[in-house]
Write a protein that binds this ligand. Structure first.
Ligand code: F6R
Length: 613
């Protein structure tokens, strides 16, 4: 939520910042802005809408040459999306400009104090209060800006990643973080700051991840980091493991389509070096030091949000079936507020693509306080969740830029499948022969995913028939129930069609009332242990003239006779079917959204990285 970029060095700052903002647009696209410092002074340019609108707005401005600047792309929290609420924000004197990602919880109190002191505000944002609070301290204490920031941060409640510029210091950027991410790219006599590494990878692969309560000062091409207690720390330089191609569309019309099609590779990447069925080997490095706790856990608690929560539901079936351990799957946003019973023998798994989701982070902190072991399943390397957990396994899906999660979901399920198999084997609930068979089954998945993706054209034709539907129902059972939820989420978030996912058998307890000849019902009816029951549910919908789109196992003849459309996917062990059955649902939602003229990669009101509660 909100993307920030800053640059200081020998290059022209504006092109670096604009390109960086475009890479971060997935984090918010309500407005965009930049601040540049040159002979014309410290100037802020900002505009409602996307970065391209900002570009048009400043196109003919002659004062854009600068070697230092900050930029922001916004996902609105305080105040509607308009020019005034766009960042950067000036301080009252216009000597300072600041970009901010996060939420300041005590901004109203601070604002009232500042108003009483005579400050006026030009926006409805908490961020403008933040920069004026800093300026007020600066003026009252007669101190440096860096010191004013440090003193201000002691009083600020909430989450922030900020970067400030000072009119009087044309070679200085000051940055700080708590709760919102900030990465510093270290080039040769130049520095890049951003919410994630995607704006940086093109220029350098040396990065420093700023920690909570740290302040970075870049002055005269040198980086210094101190805590807010004023203690200097030694920045650890990480090597970025990211290719530029991974964050470009590579010939696809949309990132989402690219990411859907990347799944054979992303699932294989996730298993590479970890799973070798012939050698009977399954290794997850992150579990090595925690295997004992994992194996002896009384209970597994999985916490996540959105699509990651759906992956957690699939994992519930996997862990219970293979390892016979009780599992609870919790929305992080509910878990953190309901005083849950957690103890030191619980093993908590936090799942997150971005590794920045505020609710999931808060749930982790809560579980940590209660003494549980926390294991992260994250995609973004070096992210806050990856660093807040005791241990973890990365999903290695590569950058996911389309706001609707696709390849991250299947990569999460791949990691969780490996964890469940390991646990079952170690606990003795999975006999060796079964374990070996399941390893081979899992290893065979990427090839089956590749085959399933070839159904794209058939799905596009189905999409054309239903693109104007007002509602959709998605039904599945067992392992395919979370897939039904995920299919419905994908459709609603990118096409704005109302969709509900349900366990197929629950339909008769209410949703069946919705069914008429207008209602498309997507069944995931693969040949598994609940197949016969799902077939009965299909009959019930058919009897009420609903339109049936069924995802079935290849060769299925029974459902073919009842359904309006059948999508045949390769046969797989039922535990791993979600890795395949979700694909046509991703494609269906993608095509429907494109046909409805929706912005597939940046759906309205959404942002990829939900760093607010
Ligand atoms: C849906 C989607 C969201 C995220 C959710 C959690 O397509 O992307 O529902 O899954 O916001 O995000 P992460 O996984 O980054 O914690």
């Amino acid at each position: 939520m909100c993307g920030i970029v800053a640059y200081v060095g020998k290059q022209e700052a504006l092109p670096v910042i604009i390109k960086g903002l475009k890479r971060l647009e997935y984090r918010g696209y309500d407005s965009a802005g930049v601040a540049l410092l040159n002979d014309a002074g410290l100037n802020v340019y900002k505009k409602k809408g996307k970065v391209s609108e900002l570009e048009n707005f400043i196109e003919s401005n002659p004062n854009l040459h600068s070697h230092i600047g900050i930029g922001h792309t916004r996902w609105a929290t305080h105040g509607e999306p308009n020019d005034a609420n766009a960042h950067p924000h000036y301080s009252a004197s216009e000597n300072f400009a600041m970009i901010h990602n996060g939420i300041i919880e005590n901004y109203e109190v601070l604002k009232t104090d500042l108003i009483n002191k005579g400050y006026t505000f030009h926006s409805d944002t908490d961020s403008e209060v933040f920069i004026n609070f800093i300026e007020d301290i600066y003026q009252n204490n007669n101190c440096s800006l860096e010191e004013a920031v440090r003193l201000a941060l002691h009083k600020i409640v909430g989450a922030y990643a900020i970067v400030l510029m000072n009119k009087e210091e044309p070679d200085t950027l000051i940055a700080a973080r708590k709760g919102s991410p900030l990465v510093i790219g270290v080039g040769e006599d130049e520095f890049f700051l951003a919410s994630d590494a995607t704006p940086i990878v093109e220029y350098t692969n040396q990065v420093v991840y700023l920690d909570d309560y740290e302040i970075a000062v870049i002055r005269d091409a040198k980086l210094q980091i101190k805590t807010i207690e004023n203690v200097e720390t030694h920045p650890y330089i990480n090597k970025l493991d990211m290719e530029l191609e991974a964050i470009e569309k590579g010939g696809y019309e949309h990132f989402m389509l690219k990411e859907i099609n990347e799944q054979p590779r992303s699932i294989a990447d996730c298993m590479r070096g970890r799973l070798d069925s012939r050698a009977g080997r399954l290794i997850l490095g992150g579990l090595r030091d925690y295997m004992n706790k994992f194996q002896n856990a009384d209970r597994i608690i999985i916490t996540a949000c959105g699509t990651s929560w759906h992956a957690g539901l699939v994992a519930e079936y996997l862990f219970e079936e293979f390892a016979r351990v009780p599992v609870e799957v919790e929305y992080a946003s509910e878990f953190r507020y309901r005083n849950p019973v957690i103890n030191s023998r619980d093993f908590v798994i936090a799942i997150s693509q971005s590794g920045e989701t505020a609710d999931t982070l808060a749930a982790i902190e809560l579980a940590k306080q209660k003494g549980a072991t926390i294991f992260g399943v994250c995609n973004v390397v070096g992210s806050s969740i990856a660093r807040a957990t005791h241990a973890g396994s990365y999903t290695h899906a590569g950058p996911e830029i389309g706001v609707a999660s696709t390849k991250a979901f299947t990569a999460q399920i791949s990691v969780l499948s490996m964890m469940a198999l390991m646990l079952g084997y170690q606990r003795g609930t999975l006999p060796e022969s079964k374990y070996m068979e399941l390893l081979s089954e899992l290893e065979a998945i990427p090839a089956k995913v590749e085959k399933a993706l070839k159904l794209n054209e058939q799905i596009e034709r189905i999409a054309a028939q239903y693109k104007d539907a007002r509602n959709f129902l998605y039904l599945g059972r067992g392992y395919n129930f979370p897939v039904a939820l995920e299919g419905a989420l994908k459709l609603k978030e990118i096409s704005y069609i109302h969709a509900e996912g349900y366990p197929a058998a629950e339909m008769k307890h209410g949703p069946i009332a919705l069914i008429d000849e207008e209602m498309p019902v997507v069944f995931i009816a693969t040949q598994d242990s609940s197949y016969e029951k799902v077939v009965s549910n299909i009959q019930e919908v058919k009897a009420r003239k609903g339109k049936i789109i069924a995802v079935v196992t290849e060769g299925d003849q029974t459902v073919r006779k009842m359904a309006d459309h059948v999508i045949e996917i390769p046969r797989a062990h039922e535990a791993f079917v979600p890795l395949i059955s979700v694909l046509p649902l991703q494609q269906l939602s993608y095509h429907i959204a494109v046909m409805r003229g929706c912005n597939v990669d940046q759906p309205r009101n959404l942002a990829k990285s939900v760093t607010v509660e």
